[in-house]
Design a protein around this ligand. Structure first.
Ligand code: NDP
Length: 269
């Protein structure tokens, strides 16, 4: 039986085994998918050992940059993101590195019926998740993308890869006083029950998306956006299932339908 796993540290919380096991059943694929806790100082040793039997890995925090360095062949979107969330171990011994986060995000945007073309987009946060989605947002031909981060140096590093975007700090954003059509929360603030430090009037009539997800589909960010006049909101569970479907496709050559898995996962949370 072909072996796959999600590798990270910590990894216990990961929903990927649930998602991929459902995909495998739906697509009649003879495979198993587990969790792999990787020591912080031994990414290479852990992946080398898994590769002796395994066919592929999803890679999560904090190893996406090391996975990028490990791959022999990078997809364009992995190259652009500077990070890899999917490794495929090929029969000829080569390793393909892909990044499906951005395409998973856009899958969910389309599922929601949202359209970024010609829109002014505000992205909050400049961590791994923001880096993964920026290229895919730009592919949707928005009017503008402004990336805001507490640590401006991290935002500037992303701008080095994506020259079309503008970057600033939260203070800079407050001073500009601009309005947006879409606000994407790619910070980890929701994990702590906090909302980003932006003017509440900015939520008026926007589409607001939080990459973080929860049982009810609401997060502190989506609740706050709604109570300040957002038009529509979503959490990031659909992105999670969307990126998983694209990894599955790279490994198995079939494209599973994320919709039933998203529904089952929501009930299971
Ligand atoms: P990182 O740790 O790489 O980045 C965290 C970001 O949050 C940084 O921009 C950081 O700013 C910002 N931040 C943290 N604390 C504060 C604060 N007090 N004030 C202002 N900004 C703050 O995390 P990731 O990018 O990997 O993940 C971000 C979120 O996206 C998480 O909630 C994660 O669960 C979610 N996610 C969801 C996915 C999905 O499929 N739905 C996929 C990947 C991630 P600074 O640079 O200044 O530290």
């Amino acid at each position: 039986m072909d072996k796959y796993a999600v590798l990270g540290n910590p990894i216990n919380h990961s929903r990927s085994p649930f998602i991929h096991t459902m995909f495998a059943e739906a697509e009649s694929q003879n495979m198993e998918y587990g969790r792999l806790l990787c020591p912080l100082d031994d990414f290479k040793g852990t992946v080398d050992a898994f590769r002796k039997e395994g066919k592929g890995l999803n890679v999560t925090v904090p190893f996406k940059e090391q996975a990028f360095a490990y791959a022999d062949i990078l997809t364009d979107r992995a190259q652009r993101a500077g990070a890899v969330n999917t490794l495929k171990f090929c029969d000829d011994g080569s390793v393909i590195g892909d990044n499906t986060d951005g395409a998973g995000f856009i899958y969910d945007i389309k599922r929601l019926g949202w359209n970024f073309s010609g829109k002014n987009i505000l992205v909050l946060g400049a961590g791994g998740a923001a880096r993964g989605i920026i290229g895919s947002i730009l592919d949707e031909k928005p009017e503008s993308v402004l990336l805001v981060n507490r640590t401006i140096e991290k935002a500037e590093l992303i701008k080095q890869s994506f020259n079309e975007i503008n970057v600033t700090t939260y203070d800079g954003l407050l001073a500009e006083g601009r309005m947006f059509d879409v606000i994407v929360n790619a910070t980890s603030l929701s994990l702590n029950g906090e909302v980003p430090r932006i003017n509440e009037s900015m939520y008026s009539n926007v589409l607001a998306y939080d990459l973080m997800y929860g049982k009810t589909g609401a997060t502190v960010f989506t609740d706050y956006a709604m109570s300040n006049g957002a038009q529509e909101v979503s959490d990031g569970l659909g992105m999670l299932v969307g990126q998983a479907a694209l990894s599955f496709n790279l490994w198995r050559g079939v494209a599973p339908d994320p919709a039933p898995v998203l529904k089952a996962l929501r009930n299971q949370l």
